[in-house]
Ligand binder design. Structure first.
Ligand code: NAD
Ligand code: ZN
Length: 357
């Protein structure tokens, strides 16, 4: 079976294009007279940027906190907040921020039209009804959330996305000026998420010419941004993230992401940093990628955290292994159909021990 996947319907790109958001929404407002919800990373509360958000008096602005990566119960609470704001559905949800805020916007737009808890839909193609129209506006680049068909959530049992065609944004606004003030090391770690997407996609068994075409271009852009940056580094990083996301749309990520999900679930470590911590120990799987990644960390003066939980309980490590083993397509992409034999529990545990102890 060939994957038949949906992509973002409308894309606007360029420095200053955020100023066109009002016009874009005006068209939507004509089609649907209801209110808009601006779901914005609270790092921008009281910033000059906040004053540029084109909210009208009838609209709702939800400042979201992403100190913790998105949880299913946070999605449920935000959905309830919108339901108590008005009896009618909003005309649109506009998510502004990094991967976390964009994922929250995707999840809320799905949960407004699908009953129950977000935790009920963690998995593949479980969503029944189309989402409320939703737009994504990245202020950090690398996750590829702006183009992906998933919203990654931590639930009571697992960290797993709501993967569906309805998850995909209807509109994205890619304005490189919005990522200019993202601080290091966060900018680096989120950028490495993109770099690792490319390495895992390009070395995976699911690779085809579609994924390779996007992955190779994204990798080239990552190299320019993190090894030889120029004045247009933000423009390139934004496109690297988009292409990296498109590359994994038709392939998958691999060992690093499978391990990183366990780190996030058990220790609350954010995705980009978790990937960077794990990737440094994966030379046996990605020899060239790991060496180049180390050059990037040096060039960008990044000190990777090591021995991050020396006193961790054995039961927590077991849970991390469980979380990572749920991600079967990732392991299969990385290691082939025989991955269960190649990667028994003990080998995963040993890799975690090297990062943790
Ligand atoms: P993030 O959204 O978690 O943000 C990290 C930090 O940077 C936060 O403190 C945030 O407030 C801050 N920040 C964001 N933009 C800023 C700016 N312009 N200036 C200053 N601070 C800013 O980081 P991320 O790496 O973009 O996203 C990680 C999340 O994305 C994780 O939850 C991960 O699971 C998810 N993810 C989703 C997908 C997908 O396809 N849906 C793919 C990969 C990762
Ligand atoms: Zn990732």
């Amino acid at each position: 079976m060939f994957r038949n996947f949906r992509t973002v319907s409308y894309v606007i790109y360029g420095r200053g294009c955020f100023n066109q958001l009002d016009d874009i929404l005006l068209k939507k407002r004509e089609e649907n007279k209801s209110f808009m919800v601006f779901l914005v990373d609270d790092v921008f509360k009281n910033s000059d940027f906040a004053a540029r958000i084109p909210a009208k008096p009838q609209d709702m602005t939800l400042w979201v906190n992403v100190d913790d990566e998105p949880k299913t119960r946070y999605v449920d609470a935000l959905t309830e907040q919108i339901r108590s704001f008005s009896k009618s559905l909003p005309a649109g949800i506009i998510g502004i921020g990094g991967g976390s805020a964009m994922d929250l916007a995707k999840a809320v737009s799905l949960m407004l039209t699908n009953s129950g808890s977000a935790a009920d839909y963690q998995g593949w193609d479980l969503i029944r009804h189309p989402a409320v129209w939703h737009a994504g506006i990245p202020t950090l680049s690398g996750t590829g959330s702006e183009v992906s068909r998933t919203t990654v959530l931590t639930g009571p049992q697992k960290k797993l996305g709501i993967n569906s065609d309805h998850t995909v944004f209807d509109q994205i606004v890619l304005d490189p000026e919005l990522i200019a003030d993202a601080p290091n090391p966060q900018r680096f770690y989120t950028g490495m998420d993109c770099y690792i997407h490319c390495i895992e996609s390009l070395t995976g068994t699911f690779l085809n010419a579609f994924s390779r075409s996007y992955g190779e271009k994204s990798l080239e852009l990552c190299r320019e941004v993190f090894l030889n940056p120029g004045a247009d580094a933000d423009d390139k990083l934004m496109m690297a993230s988009y292409f990296g996301g498109m590359s994994i749309a038709y392939s998958q990520v691999g060992v690093c992401h499978a391990l990183s999900y366990g780190l996030s679930f058990a220790l609350g470590i954010h995705h980009g940093i978790g990937n960077s911590i794990a990737f440094d120990y994966l030379e046996e799987f990605y020899p060239e990628g790991v060496l180049e990644f180390r050059r990037m960390t040096e060039k960008n003066n990044i000190q990777l955290p090591r021995h991050i939980a020396p006193n961790i309980e054995a039961a927590t490590v077991e849970k991390m292994v469980d979380v990572s083993l749920v991600l079967e397509p990732l392991w299969e992409n990385a290691l082939g159909k025989d991955w269960k034999r190649i990667m028994p529990r003990d080998r995963i545990k040993e890799l975690y021990h090297r990062m943790l102890l």
